[in-house]
Write a protein that binds this ligand. Structure first.
Ligand SMILES: Nc1ncnc2c1ncn2[C@@H]1O[C@H](COP(=O)(O)OP(=O)(O)O)[C@@H](O)[C@H]1O
Ligand SMILES: [Mg+2]
Length: 222
């Protein structure tokens, strides 16, 4: 089983949007997928419930229930577990990072968001865990040229020396409307969004499966 945590100490960056899309992406591709919701607000749970039973399993993993949820998932043959975390819940975010193979740091391309991310980066570094930045809610590129704000954000991210996903998720209404009915943008009418999110999913899967920092002996066990 692979576990991906979606983190970011800032609210509204798009953690739940990315987490539900990662879980739905796994489900669409035929993986047994579980979404563990660590956010007491339960937005991810609500989104997936809107599918009416067909879709990834969802568990409430608030408090200290994350490890037991993960053990149960392994025993149940779950192949992909996605953890959605809450903004500001430093302790639970720490647990999620510890238990995940990969943490996705979801960030909007604004200086305020990037500044708030530094703290999260610190935690990931201290825990020596693999992380990948996902830039979300970016203005669209025109003729392949990134808007100045996105360019500036990418430059700021270089300072943090963290890998950044090459697929940038743009601000699109379909990410809001699709989730209202529990659908991924990959299942919606908007081909551009479907392609963008599909590419991000594939990149993350490869990145999460890659050898990265997993020692050889452990990698052989998996
Ligand atoms: N790429 C995007 N394009 C348009 N709206 C988005 C996008 N990502 C997130 N949103 C919207 O921004 C708001 C916050 O997103 P959410 O995923 O709930 O953030 P978080 O879980 O980090 O608080 C929601 O209304 C969501 O629909
Ligand atoms: Mg959320």
């Amino acid at each position: 089983m692979r576990t991906i945590a979606v983190i970011g100490l800032k609210g509204g960056s798009g953690k739940t949007t990315i987490a539900t899309h990662m879980a739905l992406g796994g489900h669409i591709r035929g993986l047994t997928t579980l979404l563990a919701d660590v956010d007491p607000q339960g937005s991810a749970r609500e989104v997936l419930r809107a599918r009416g039973g067909e879709g990834p399993e969802v568990v409430d993993a608030t408090g200290s229930h994350l490890l037991s949820a993960q053990m149960t998932a392994v025993n149940a043959g779950v192949q992909l577990m996605v953890i959605d975390t809450a903004a500001g819940a430093v302790e639970e975010v720490g647990q999620a990072i510890v238990l995940a193979d990969l943490s996705l740091l979801v960030v909007r391309p604004t200086l305020l968001d990037l500044a708030a991310m530094v703290r999260t980066v610190e935690v990931v570094r201290r825990l020596k865990k693999a992380a990948l930045v996902v830039v979300n809610q970016a203005a669209p590129a025109r003729d392949g040229v990134e808007p100045p704000m996105v360019k500036r954000a990418l430059r700021a991210l270089e300072f943090m020396r963290l890998p950044v996903a090459p697929v940038i998720i743009r601000s699109r209404a379909v990410y809001q409307t699709a989730l209202e009915t529990g659908r991924s943008a990959e299942e919606a009418w908007d081909d551009t969004a479907a392609e963008e999110m599909g590419e991000l999913w594939t990149f993350i899967e490869r990145f999460a499966l890659g050898p990265r920092e997993i020692p050889a002996a452990m990698a052989a066990e998996r």
